[in-house]
Design a protein around this ligand. Structure first.
Ligand code: MG
Length: 402
């Protein structure tokens, strides 16, 4: 049984501004002037009615008493770094989830709840910022806990109390459930998170795609998503990220992800490794990460397999109205390719054929330069940089390549 801690900064950007400039304390502080929309707000600003995404001109018109400031991501990043460091005093198993959130696996600490209380105190004392903390047996439950009582909250959900916390929680509020999935689940008669956990495993398997199976387990207190700690994980992972001119377009972002996946898989094949767990993220203009984790049933280094998983889940990660500036992919839990092949069973023949194709692709790349042959899904990301049209080619087991 695991004990996972999740912590989340309260109005983080605005809180950083107040910590840097104590004169702002008690005022309705709003960040995001330079972008023209509110990106974070102090408790006082929230009480006035300011919310994230509200146009700045409207904030100024409706609430002249509000103090609107430019964002300073460099400082926020430094606060974030200190936040992770404070948590690392207690355990190295810390996942830097976003600029104001992290997970920590505190299962092995002698008194995990006491440790979390101390972390909370130290964050407040040393950063001058309040965080809401949640503890639960899984990452998804820890997320429910940290949201339970905001701001400045501290909520522990013991495995036998989960039901109490899920019974009034709308299914759409669960971490990892996007609007489309939420609608789908409601059509199937599921309104609350508890409704979902009360369906049996067979029903879940027959009616829902894989990401929901993982969520179902997590909501029932069985840990599937592990805390992805760095850099301790580095020896066992391959990462590929790229920054670009900010975009709101999902098809372009997917193409960027596709290119990352291709690059990461190429590295994996070079080292004869396959991945068992893929993480990917979209990074917003405000340096927030929207991430997703995909545990794979069969280890692979085939980009088309991984991209199918990403295609099926990206609508939970992508949020309309956000400008994204980078994407990234991590292949983790790497295992030797040979191990992967032994696990394949019925998939062996099909995958062997595909493996041949990738081998040839790698050969061509070695001879004519990296990315000579790419998946068609990566084209848009590539066209941004190239004017010469790429030639496309259809390979039955892979679809269109270029
Ligand atoms: Mg926050």
């Amino acid at each position: 049984m695991k004990t996972i801690l999740h912590l989340d900064g309260d109005g983080f950007f605005a809180a950083c501004e107040i910590s840097l400039n104590p004169k702002l304390k008690g005022k309705a502080v709003v960040t995001g002037q330079e972008r023209g929309i509110a990106t974070a707000m102090s408790r006082e600003a929230k009480a006035l009615g300011v919310h994230r995404g509200m146009p700045i001109y409207m904030v100024k018109k409706l609430y002249p008493e509000a103090v609107v400031v430019n964002s300073n991501y460099h400082s926020y990043g430094m606060f974030a770094q200190r936040m992770y460091d404070i948590v690392r005093r207690y355990t190295p198993l810390v996942e830097e989830y976003s600029i104001d959130e992290c997970f920590a696996d505190i299962s092995d600490l002698p008194d995990p709840v006491r440790a979390a209380e101390n972390i909370k105190k130290e964050l407040k004392r040393e950063l001058g910022i309040t965080f809401s903390l949640g503890i639960g047996p899984t990452k998804v439950i820890a997320k429910v806990a940290s949201k339970w009582n905001k701001p400045d909250g501290f909520t522990v959900i013991q495995p036998d109390e989960i039901e109490n916390f899920l019974k009034d929680l709308h299914i759409g509020k669960v971490w990892g459930i996007g609007p489309a999935t939420s609608t789908h689940l409601q059509r199937l008669g599921i309104q609350t998170a508890l409704d979902f956990t009360q369906r049996d495993e067979r029903w879940v398997r027959e009616n829902l795609p894989k990401p929901e199976h993982f969520l179902w387990h997590e909501l029932r207190g069985h840990s599937v998503y592990r805390v992805h700690h760095e850099p301790d994980d580095d020896y066992g992972s391959i990462q590929q990220t790229r920054t670009f001119t900010p975009s709101t377009k999902l098809d372009f972002l997917f193409s960027e992800l596709s290119k990352n996946v291709e690059g990461a898989c190429m590295k994996a094949r070079r080292h004869e490794l396959s991945t068992r767990r893929v993480y990917y993220f979209l990074k917003t203009q405000e340096f927030r990460y929207h991430r997703f984790e995909v545990p794979l049933t069969v280890p692979t280094n085939d980009p088309s397999v991984i991209l199918n998983e990403i295609r099926a889940t990206v609508d939970r990660v992508y949020k309309q109205g956000f400008e994204y500036r980078a994407t990234g992919v991590t292949l983790s839990e790497l295992v030797p390719e040979s191990v992967a092949q032994n696990d394949l069973f019925g998939e062996v023949v099909k995958n062997d054929k595909k493996r041949e194709v990738w081998k040839i692709s790698d050969l061509i790349d070695r001879r004519y330069g990296t990315h000579t042959m790419i998946l068609a899904s990566s084209l848009r990301a590539r066209e941004k940089r190239r004017t010469r049209p790429a030639r496309r080619l259809w390979i039955p087991s892979m679809g269109e390549v270029a």
